[in-house]
Design a protein around this ligand. Sequence first.
Ligand code: ADP
Length: 293
Amino acid sequence: MSVWQTIAAQIGELTGEPFAPAAPQTLGGGCINSAVRLSDGQRRFFVKVNAAARRDMFEAERDGLDELARAEAIRVPLAIAVGSDRAQSWLILEDIAFGRPGPGSARRAGRALAALHRRTAPAFGWHRDNTIGATAQPNDWADSWVEFWRAHRLGFQLRLAAHNGHRGRLQDLGERLLTRFDSLIDHAPCASLLHGDLWGGNIGYATDGEPVIFDPAVYYGDREADLAMTELFGGFDGAFYAGYREGWPLDAGYAVRRTLYNLYHVLNHLNLFGGGYGAQAEDMMRRLLAEIG
Ligand code: ADP
């Protein structure tokens, strides 16, 4: 039995309706996984495939999509099932027909993100670990956001960077920042439900213009961490931020914290890809230390 037949049989069982798709349509990978569309001419499914050892990553993604869906704030693909055989693992998702954003789509996306952030937890973290890109992302619950950020975000990526051979100046700056960054978090954030990896490649618009977010790295944290990431690679449409502020205005001091929160992603990029991300991270840390004075 081919992997596609196994997946089709699983879909048939789960939906209670036999599913006999035509040959899989290869969609070219995202950043991490390869993807195919399975269709029998009537029903379509989007399937992400990776090595069997990545099953856990797909289970965390499924749980993250379920968590986002429960908030009923913004559309996410319905997560149908995770499966694996000896060689491969997969995540079966509702296949979204993506189109173009309509005139009000970006504003609607901003408002919907603010609504998502209104869903809160009593502490920071999540009930399970997940991944950010291909990197592990620990989510152990913490009562203090500062302690969560120190241990599970900044500290974790800095340790990983040391392990990957990025030592010297980067680690000196990192050590200084780790002991002093708490003065930058001079607001009292709620533990908001976050997408966790909200760059432009992880948001799209359905054919009716409805915003859809996908490929999350969910946890409960300062909502500014999600917004910061939207700005890391050039930023979203201005209407998106206007919509967000209509839903939930930003606290003073966001512009400085944005750099702190994006440092996590830049360090993650350093750990994943190396290259110029080291110099970028050092520059961000210098700017943050200058803010602390
Ligand atoms: P990866 O985990 O490999 O980074 P993504 O989840 O980002 O993969 O998906 C890669 C691309 O596939 C996205 O940019 C999007 O265009 C498309 N895509 C993702 N999820 C769906 C879906 N449920 N339905 C249709 N297309 C999707």
